[in-house]
Ligand binder design. Structure first.
Ligand code: TF8
Length: 334
């Protein structure tokens, strides 16, 4: 009897040591929205975050995940976060450009050569500086996830060169960087929320779109698109955000627990993305998509074609910001 009580006591002490803050953490329900389907990188990453946060708070913080834009498009969710009507989300950075124009840097074509460069710049001081700018818009930028290198799909023809884009009605993300770049190379760019994209492709309101292969799979674009061209023209991050109204109610332990779970979800999701890319390609081929690589020479011609457009786009974002970014990338490449 005595021994049982002692060992129970030891177990309780051990438990308290494992969860030092749990006793003080208040119970909370966190509505966490995302735009892709539940079976997607965003869905799996969101569930990982929910599990990690439950562990870190002794089940006090309960994350309710809502996929497939059931809480609205990325832009609608951003507004809900800023207004305090929703607690958290993960989504595109492209739709933040209207709030903080510096976010346009992540949409610059051919900015990063590989994921390693992207991770270093996004997780470094430059990436953090952009996250910090969101507070004045009532948003808290927590961490970046990986959306990935974007590729083109369409129903008209394989894109082997920049000329092949001419006249293609292409859905683009809703910001001036994407509009200027794609219109600049001769496509007919149509800005549209991601949540409206599948039906726009299905009804042929647009001929094509561009996204990483993991999204082309999870959003079933292979059902309505024939050609997949591996252009890798932009590396897109995703951003995990909290409502500032919500964040300001939390005490330091709660913030630390959310940050820790957010960083864990970032690592989990990036690994998932990198492991899924090859599998998605095999899957898309099996669904009858016609896949083409773009030669190094043609990629160089694409870079040259966007160069004059980028000069204007970069001036709009701000010369000082671009200089800072370039310095960061140079540091990473050294
Ligand atoms: C896009 C993005 C999407 C995001 C997602 C729904 O094309 O690449 O991944 O908007 O959050 O809009």
């Amino acid at each position: 009897m005595k021994r049982t009580i002692i060992s129970l006591g030891v177990a309780a002490v051990a438990l308290m040591a494992a969860l030092p803050a749990a006793a003080e953490i208040k119970p909370r329900i966190i509505r966490f929205g995302y735009g892709l389907n539940e079976d997607s990188l965003q869905g799996r990453g969101a569930r990982h975050f929910a599990e990690e946060l439950a562990k870190a708070t002794g089940d006090k913080h309960k994350v309710r995940t809502f996929g497939a834009a059931t809480l609205g498009s990325d832009m609608q969710m951003q507004n809900a976060l800023a207004g305090g009507a929703q607690e958290m989300m993960v989504g595109s950075t492209a739709t933040l450009v209207g709030l903080v124009k510096e976010f346009g840097v992540w949409d610059l074509p051919f900015l990063f050569n590989n994921e390693k460069e992207a991770d270093a710049v996004l997780d470094g001081p430059f990436g953090q500086k952009l996250l910090d700018k969101l507070a004045e818009k009532d948003l808290i930028g927590l961490v970046y996830w990986e959306n990935g290198f974007r590729n083109m799909t369409n129903t008209k023809r394989p894109i082997n060169s920049v000329e092949d884009l001419k006249g293609i009605k292409l859905r683009v993300m809703q910001n001036p960087v994407f509009l200027d770049v794609f219109n600049g190379v001769g496509a007919n760019a149509v800005p549209l929320a991601f949540s409206e994209l599948f039906s726009a492709l299905e009804t042929k309101a647009v001929d094509g779109q561009e996204n990483p292969v993991t999204t082309i799979e999870s959003s079933k674009f292979y059902e309505v698109q024939k050609y997949l061209s591996l252009t890798k023209h932009v590396y897109s991050p995703w951003i995990m955000m909290a409502s500032k109204t919500f964040w300001d109610k939390l005490d330091a332990d709660e913030k630390a627990a959310i940050m820790k779970a957010a960083v864990s979800s970032r690592e989990f999701e990036r690994k998932d993305s990198r492991e899924s890319t090859e599998k998605s390609m095999v899957f898309l081929k099996s669904k009858g998509m016609q896949i083409n690589e773009v030669s190094a020479a043609e990629t160089d011609r694409m870079r040259a074609a966007v160069k004059p457009i980028l000069d204007k786009v970069k001036a709009d974002i701000g010369a000082a910001t671009i200089a800072e970014l370039d310095a960061e990338i140079a540091k990473v490449r050294k």
